[in-house]
Design a protein around this ligand. Structure first.
Ligand SMILES: Cc1cc2nc3c(=O)[nH]c(=O)nc-3n(C[C@H](O)[C@H](O)[C@H](O)COP(=O)(O)OP(=O)(O)OC[C@H]3O[C@@H](n4cnc5c(N)ncnc54)[C@H](O)[C@@H]3O)c2cc1C
Length: 305
Protein backbone atom coordinates (compact mmCIF):
# COMPACT_ATOMS: atom_id res chain seq x y z
CA UNK A 1 0.00 0.00 0.00
CA UNK A 2 1.39 3.43 -0.81
CA UNK A 3 2.55 5.41 2.21
CA UNK A 4 0.46 8.36 1.08
CA UNK A 5 -2.68 6.25 1.03
CA UNK A 6 -2.07 5.21 4.66
CA UNK A 7 -1.39 8.81 5.69
CA UNK A 8 -4.60 10.08 4.12
CA UNK A 9 -6.72 7.29 5.60
CA UNK A 10 -5.18 7.86 9.04
CA UNK A 11 -5.63 11.64 8.76
CA UNK A 12 -9.31 11.07 7.97
CA UNK A 13 -9.86 10.49 11.70
CA UNK A 14 -8.54 13.93 12.67
CA UNK A 15 -11.33 16.16 13.97
CA UNK A 16 -9.44 19.32 13.06
CA UNK A 17 -9.06 18.16 9.48
CA UNK A 18 -12.72 17.18 9.37
CA UNK A 19 -13.78 20.66 10.64
CA UNK A 20 -11.56 22.34 8.07
CA UNK A 21 -12.67 20.23 5.11
CA UNK A 22 -16.32 20.38 6.11
CA UNK A 23 -16.16 24.20 6.44
CA UNK A 24 -14.75 24.70 2.95
CA UNK A 25 -17.04 21.96 1.81
CA UNK A 26 -18.14 21.74 -1.73
CA UNK A 27 -15.82 24.55 -2.76
CA UNK A 28 -12.90 22.23 -2.08
CA UNK A 29 -14.15 19.87 -4.69
CA UNK A 30 -16.35 17.35 -2.89
CA UNK A 31 -18.91 18.15 -5.59
CA UNK A 32 -16.79 16.19 -8.03
CA UNK A 33 -17.55 12.98 -6.14
CA UNK A 34 -20.89 13.71 -4.44
CA UNK A 35 -24.17 14.50 -6.19
CA UNK A 36 -25.19 17.14 -3.66
CA UNK A 37 -26.06 17.61 -0.04
CA UNK A 38 -29.78 16.77 -0.40
CA UNK A 39 -31.99 14.32 -2.27
CA UNK A 40 -33.36 17.23 -4.29
CA UNK A 41 -29.81 17.97 -5.44
CA UNK A 42 -29.15 14.34 -6.30
CA UNK A 43 -32.26 13.62 -8.39
CA UNK A 44 -31.29 15.75 -11.43
CA UNK A 45 -27.76 14.31 -11.32
CA UNK A 46 -29.12 10.76 -11.32
CA UNK A 47 -31.50 11.64 -14.15
CA UNK A 48 -28.72 13.12 -16.27
CA UNK A 49 -26.60 9.99 -15.80
CA UNK A 50 -29.56 7.79 -16.77
CA UNK A 51 -30.09 9.91 -19.87
CA UNK A 52 -26.49 9.16 -20.87
CA UNK A 53 -27.28 5.44 -20.78
CA UNK A 54 -25.74 4.84 -17.36
CA UNK A 55 -27.43 2.94 -14.55
CA UNK A 56 -27.00 4.45 -11.12
CA UNK A 57 -27.10 3.64 -7.49
CA UNK A 58 -27.28 6.15 -4.72
CA UNK A 59 -26.40 6.31 -1.06
CA UNK A 60 -27.37 8.68 1.69
CA UNK A 61 -23.86 9.26 3.01
CA UNK A 62 -23.24 8.38 6.63
CA UNK A 63 -21.75 5.59 8.70
CA UNK A 64 -20.85 4.68 12.25
CA UNK A 65 -24.16 5.66 13.86
CA UNK A 66 -24.26 4.81 17.60
CA UNK A 67 -27.77 5.99 18.46
CA UNK A 68 -30.77 3.76 17.80
CA UNK A 69 -33.19 6.64 17.22
CA UNK A 70 -30.84 8.04 14.63
CA UNK A 71 -30.80 4.71 12.78
CA UNK A 72 -34.61 4.94 12.51
CA UNK A 73 -34.19 8.36 10.90
CA UNK A 74 -31.80 6.80 8.40
CA UNK A 75 -34.36 4.08 7.62
CA UNK A 76 -37.04 6.76 7.11
CA UNK A 77 -34.73 8.67 4.76
CA UNK A 78 -34.05 5.53 2.71
CA UNK A 79 -37.77 4.74 2.51
CA UNK A 80 -38.34 8.24 1.18
CA UNK A 81 -35.47 7.78 -1.26
CA UNK A 82 -36.91 4.50 -2.61
CA UNK A 83 -40.32 6.17 -3.03
CA UNK A 84 -38.75 9.11 -4.83
CA UNK A 85 -36.77 6.86 -7.19
CA UNK A 86 -40.05 5.20 -8.15
CA UNK A 87 -42.03 8.40 -8.69
CA UNK A 88 -39.18 9.96 -10.67
CA UNK A 89 -38.84 6.81 -12.80
CA UNK A 90 -35.07 6.67 -12.25
CA UNK A 91 -32.95 3.64 -13.15
CA UNK A 92 -31.36 3.82 -9.71
CA UNK A 93 -30.96 1.34 -6.91
CA UNK A 94 -29.69 1.84 -3.40
CA UNK A 95 -26.38 1.02 -1.71
CA UNK A 96 -26.14 1.40 2.05
CA UNK A 97 -23.81 0.79 4.96
CA UNK A 98 -24.87 -1.37 7.88
CA UNK A 99 -23.06 0.85 10.41
CA UNK A 100 -25.39 3.62 9.23
CA UNK A 101 -28.27 1.35 10.24
CA UNK A 102 -26.89 0.43 13.67
CA UNK A 103 -24.44 -2.42 13.14
CA UNK A 104 -22.02 -0.88 15.65
CA UNK A 105 -24.79 -0.88 18.28
CA UNK A 106 -26.42 -4.25 17.75
CA UNK A 107 -26.44 -6.73 14.88
CA UNK A 108 -30.15 -7.50 15.35
CA UNK A 109 -31.01 -3.81 15.04
CA UNK A 110 -29.09 -3.54 11.78
CA UNK A 111 -30.73 -6.74 10.55
CA UNK A 112 -34.25 -5.42 11.27
CA UNK A 113 -33.50 -2.04 9.72
CA UNK A 114 -32.01 -3.42 6.53
CA UNK A 115 -34.74 -6.09 6.19
CA UNK A 116 -37.35 -3.32 6.34
CA UNK A 117 -35.59 -1.47 3.55
CA UNK A 118 -35.12 -4.57 1.42
CA UNK A 119 -38.88 -5.22 1.75
CA UNK A 120 -39.67 -1.62 0.90
CA UNK A 121 -37.43 -1.85 -2.16
CA UNK A 122 -38.95 -5.17 -3.25
CA UNK A 123 -42.44 -3.65 -3.19
CA UNK A 124 -41.12 -1.02 -5.63
CA UNK A 125 -39.23 -3.44 -7.86
CA UNK A 126 -35.93 -2.13 -6.55
CA UNK A 127 -32.70 -3.56 -5.19
CA UNK A 128 -30.48 -2.91 -2.17
CA UNK A 129 -26.71 -3.39 -2.10
CA UNK A 130 -25.05 -3.76 1.29
CA UNK A 131 -21.63 -2.08 1.07
CA UNK A 132 -18.65 -3.67 2.80
CA UNK A 133 -16.93 -1.61 5.48
CA UNK A 134 -13.89 -2.17 7.73
CA UNK A 135 -12.78 -5.76 8.31
CA UNK A 136 -14.26 -5.89 11.82
CA UNK A 137 -17.73 -5.71 10.22
CA UNK A 138 -17.26 -8.37 7.56
CA UNK A 139 -18.54 -11.38 9.55
CA UNK A 140 -21.69 -9.61 10.68
CA UNK A 141 -22.32 -8.14 7.23
CA UNK A 142 -22.09 -11.55 5.57
CA UNK A 143 -24.31 -13.10 8.29
CA UNK A 144 -26.96 -10.44 7.69
CA UNK A 145 -26.76 -10.90 3.94
CA UNK A 146 -27.10 -14.67 4.31
CA UNK A 147 -30.10 -14.35 6.66
CA UNK A 148 -31.83 -12.03 4.21
CA UNK A 149 -31.30 -14.45 1.35
CA UNK A 150 -32.29 -17.51 3.36
CA UNK A 151 -35.51 -15.79 4.41
CA UNK A 152 -36.44 -15.37 0.76
CA UNK A 153 -35.21 -11.85 -0.09
CA UNK A 154 -33.85 -11.91 -3.64
CA UNK A 155 -33.41 -8.17 -4.24
CA UNK A 156 -30.31 -7.78 -2.13
CA UNK A 157 -26.59 -8.06 -2.78
CA UNK A 158 -23.34 -7.40 -0.98
CA UNK A 159 -19.65 -6.76 -1.60
CA UNK A 160 -16.35 -8.65 -1.34
CA UNK A 161 -12.98 -6.87 -1.03
CA UNK A 162 -10.05 -8.52 -2.79
CA UNK A 163 -7.45 -7.02 -0.41
CA UNK A 164 -8.69 -9.32 2.38
CA UNK A 165 -7.08 -12.77 2.50
CA UNK A 166 -10.44 -14.21 3.49
CA UNK A 167 -12.34 -13.00 0.40
CA UNK A 168 -11.88 -16.17 -1.65
CA UNK A 169 -13.24 -18.35 1.15
CA UNK A 170 -16.13 -15.95 1.64
CA UNK A 171 -16.92 -16.17 -2.05
CA UNK A 172 -16.87 -19.97 -2.00
CA UNK A 173 -19.24 -19.98 0.98
CA UNK A 174 -21.66 -17.60 -0.74
CA UNK A 175 -21.75 -19.25 -4.17
CA UNK A 176 -24.51 -21.78 -3.30
CA UNK A 177 -26.80 -18.75 -2.81
CA UNK A 178 -26.23 -17.62 -6.43
CA UNK A 179 -25.31 -14.25 -4.92
CA UNK A 180 -25.36 -10.80 -6.45
CA UNK A 181 -21.86 -9.63 -5.54
CA UNK A 182 -19.99 -6.44 -6.14
CA UNK A 183 -16.24 -7.09 -6.28
CA UNK A 184 -13.94 -4.28 -5.13
CA UNK A 185 -10.30 -3.99 -4.17
CA UNK A 186 -11.09 -2.44 -0.76
CA UNK A 187 -10.96 1.14 0.49
CA UNK A 188 -10.00 0.98 4.18
CA UNK A 189 -6.78 0.86 6.15
CA UNK A 190 -6.27 -2.80 7.05
CA UNK A 191 -3.29 -4.49 8.78
CA UNK A 192 -0.92 -6.77 6.82
CA UNK A 193 -1.99 -9.72 9.00
CA UNK A 194 -5.34 -9.84 7.21
CA UNK A 195 -4.94 -7.87 3.98
CA UNK A 196 -2.45 -7.81 1.10
CA UNK A 197 -0.24 -4.75 1.53
CA UNK A 198 0.98 -4.82 -2.08
CA UNK A 199 -1.21 -3.56 -4.89
CA UNK A 200 -0.15 -6.30 -7.28
CA UNK A 201 -1.37 -8.97 -4.83
CA UNK A 202 -4.68 -7.16 -4.41
CA UNK A 203 -5.05 -7.03 -8.19
CA UNK A 204 -4.18 -10.72 -8.60
CA UNK A 205 -6.70 -11.67 -5.90
CA UNK A 206 -9.28 -9.55 -7.71
CA UNK A 207 -8.74 -11.58 -10.89
CA UNK A 208 -9.25 -14.84 -9.00
CA UNK A 209 -12.47 -13.59 -7.40
CA UNK A 210 -13.70 -12.23 -10.70
CA UNK A 211 -13.13 -15.44 -12.63
CA UNK A 212 -14.69 -17.63 -9.93
CA UNK A 213 -17.71 -15.37 -9.61
CA UNK A 214 -18.26 -15.07 -13.37
CA UNK A 215 -18.06 -18.84 -13.84
CA UNK A 216 -20.64 -19.47 -11.11
CA UNK A 217 -24.35 -18.74 -10.94
CA UNK A 218 -25.34 -15.34 -9.73
CA UNK A 219 -24.50 -11.82 -10.77
CA UNK A 220 -21.11 -10.08 -10.69
CA UNK A 221 -20.73 -6.33 -10.36
CA UNK A 222 -17.19 -5.55 -11.47
CA UNK A 223 -16.59 -2.37 -9.46
CA UNK A 224 -13.24 -0.95 -10.52
CA UNK A 225 -11.71 1.81 -12.63
CA UNK A 226 -8.81 -0.47 -13.51
CA UNK A 227 -8.86 -0.83 -17.30
CA UNK A 228 -6.74 -3.98 -17.26
CA UNK A 229 -9.32 -5.68 -15.04
CA UNK A 230 -12.19 -4.35 -17.12
CA UNK A 231 -10.69 -5.65 -20.37
CA UNK A 232 -9.90 -8.95 -18.67
CA UNK A 233 -13.56 -9.26 -17.64
CA UNK A 234 -14.69 -8.63 -21.20
CA UNK A 235 -12.37 -11.17 -22.79
CA UNK A 236 -12.95 -13.77 -20.07
CA UNK A 237 -16.73 -13.46 -20.51
CA UNK A 238 -16.43 -13.61 -24.31
CA UNK A 239 -14.22 -16.71 -24.28
CA UNK A 240 -16.64 -18.57 -22.02
CA UNK A 241 -19.82 -17.21 -23.63
CA UNK A 242 -20.93 -15.66 -20.34
CA UNK A 243 -23.89 -13.46 -21.27
CA UNK A 244 -23.67 -9.71 -20.67
CA UNK A 245 -26.73 -9.93 -18.43
CA UNK A 246 -24.68 -11.83 -15.85
CA UNK A 247 -22.36 -8.95 -15.00
CA UNK A 248 -22.06 -5.19 -15.05
CA UNK A 249 -19.33 -2.64 -14.53
CA UNK A 250 -19.59 -0.21 -11.67
CA UNK A 251 -17.63 2.99 -11.15
CA UNK A 252 -17.80 6.00 -8.89
CA UNK A 253 -19.42 9.30 -9.78
CA UNK A 254 -16.67 11.69 -10.84
CA UNK A 255 -14.10 9.01 -11.67
CA UNK A 256 -13.22 7.89 -15.22
CA UNK A 257 -16.33 9.39 -16.79
CA UNK A 258 -15.08 8.87 -20.34
CA UNK A 259 -14.41 5.18 -19.68
CA UNK A 260 -17.94 4.77 -18.29
CA UNK A 261 -19.47 6.13 -21.49
CA UNK A 262 -17.13 4.15 -23.75
CA UNK A 263 -18.25 0.91 -22.10
CA UNK A 264 -21.90 1.87 -22.59
CA UNK A 265 -21.13 2.46 -26.27
CA UNK A 266 -19.63 -1.02 -26.44
CA UNK A 267 -22.93 -2.43 -25.18
CA UNK A 268 -22.07 -3.12 -21.53
CA UNK A 269 -24.14 -2.19 -18.50
CA UNK A 270 -22.37 0.44 -16.43
CA UNK A 271 -23.64 1.62 -13.07
CA UNK A 272 -22.36 4.83 -11.53
CA UNK A 273 -22.35 4.94 -7.74
CA UNK A 274 -23.61 8.45 -7.01
CA UNK A 275 -23.95 9.33 -3.33
CA UNK A 276 -25.42 12.42 -1.71
CA UNK A 277 -25.93 13.93 1.72
CA UNK A 278 -24.24 16.34 4.12
CA UNK A 279 -22.02 13.67 5.67
CA UNK A 280 -19.62 13.39 2.75
CA UNK A 281 -16.36 13.85 4.68
CA UNK A 282 -15.32 10.18 5.12
CA UNK A 283 -16.41 9.28 1.62
CA UNK A 284 -14.29 12.11 0.21
CA UNK A 285 -11.26 11.05 2.24
CA UNK A 286 -11.46 7.50 0.86
CA UNK A 287 -11.59 8.92 -2.67
CA UNK A 288 -8.48 11.01 -1.96
CA UNK A 289 -6.62 8.01 -0.56
CA UNK A 290 -7.35 5.99 -3.70
CA UNK A 291 -5.65 8.56 -5.83
CA UNK A 292 -3.46 10.98 -3.89
CA UNK A 293 -3.35 13.21 -6.99
CA UNK A 294 -6.93 14.08 -6.05
CA UNK A 295 -5.52 15.98 -3.07
CA UNK A 296 -3.81 18.34 -5.53
CA UNK A 297 -7.12 18.76 -7.34
CA UNK A 298 -8.70 19.84 -4.06
CA UNK A 299 -5.87 22.16 -3.11
CA UNK A 300 -5.99 23.83 -6.53
CA UNK A 301 -9.67 24.55 -5.99
CA UNK A 302 -8.89 26.02 -2.59
CA UNK A 303 -6.23 28.32 -3.98
CA UNK A 304 -8.44 29.43 -6.86
CA UNK A 305 -11.12 30.20 -4.26
C1 LIG B 1 -19.05 1.21 -7.49
C2 LIG B 1 -18.03 1.05 -6.41
C3 LIG B 1 -18.41 0.64 -5.16
C4 LIG B 1 -17.49 0.45 -4.15
N1 LIG B 1 -17.87 -0.07 -2.94
C5 LIG B 1 -16.94 -0.36 -2.00
C6 LIG B 1 -17.29 -1.03 -0.81
O1 LIG B 1 -18.45 -1.38 -0.56
N2 LIG B 1 -16.30 -1.28 0.09
C7 LIG B 1 -14.99 -0.94 -0.14
O2 LIG B 1 -14.13 -1.23 0.70
N3 LIG B 1 -14.65 -0.29 -1.28
C8 LIG B 1 -15.57 0.01 -2.21
N4 LIG B 1 -15.19 0.64 -3.37
C9 LIG B 1 -13.83 1.23 -3.49
C10 LIG B 1 -12.81 0.22 -3.96
O3 LIG B 1 -12.53 -0.69 -2.92
C11 LIG B 1 -11.50 0.92 -4.38
O4 LIG B 1 -10.99 1.63 -3.29
C12 LIG B 1 -11.65 1.88 -5.55
O5 LIG B 1 -12.52 1.39 -6.50
C13 LIG B 1 -10.28 2.16 -6.22
O6 LIG B 1 -9.76 0.99 -6.77
P1 LIG B 1 -9.87 0.58 -8.32
O7 LIG B 1 -10.46 -0.77 -8.35
O8 LIG B 1 -10.61 1.59 -9.09
O9 LIG B 1 -8.40 0.39 -8.81
P2 LIG B 1 -7.07 1.24 -8.70
O10 LIG B 1 -6.00 0.30 -9.13
O11 LIG B 1 -6.95 1.89 -7.35
O12 LIG B 1 -7.27 2.37 -9.77
C14 LIG B 1 -7.40 2.11 -11.14
C15 LIG B 1 -7.35 3.42 -11.89
O13 LIG B 1 -8.50 4.23 -11.55
C16 LIG B 1 -8.09 5.49 -11.06
N5 LIG B 1 -8.82 5.80 -9.81
C17 LIG B 1 -9.14 4.91 -8.84
N6 LIG B 1 -9.77 5.55 -7.83
C18 LIG B 1 -9.82 6.85 -8.17
C19 LIG B 1 -10.33 8.02 -7.54
N7 LIG B 1 -10.88 7.99 -6.34
N8 LIG B 1 -10.22 9.19 -8.20
C20 LIG B 1 -9.63 9.25 -9.42
N9 LIG B 1 -9.14 8.18 -10.08
C21 LIG B 1 -9.22 7.00 -9.46
C22 LIG B 1 -6.62 5.36 -10.68
O14 LIG B 1 -5.92 6.54 -10.96
C23 LIG B 1 -6.12 4.24 -11.53
O15 LIG B 1 -5.57 4.73 -12.72
C24 LIG B 1 -16.12 0.77 -4.40
C25 LIG B 1 -15.72 1.18 -5.68
C26 LIG B 1 -16.65 1.31 -6.67
C27 LIG B 1 -16.18 1.71 -8.03
Amino acid sequence: MSALRSVILAAADSRRLQRFVQRYGFRLGAARFVAGESLDDAVPVLRRLNEQGLLTNTTLLGEGVYDETQTREVVAAYRELLDRIQTEGLRTNVALKLTHLGLSIDEELAQRNVAELVDHAAARGNFVRIDMEESRHVDATLRIYRRLRESGHENVGTVLQSYLFRAENDLAALLPLAPNLRLVKGAYLEPPEIAYPRKRDVDAAYVRLLETSLRADGFTAVATHDETLIEHTISFAEERAIPKERFQFQMLYGVRTRLQLDLVQRGFDVLVATPYGPEWYRYLMRRLAERPANVLFLLRNLVRG
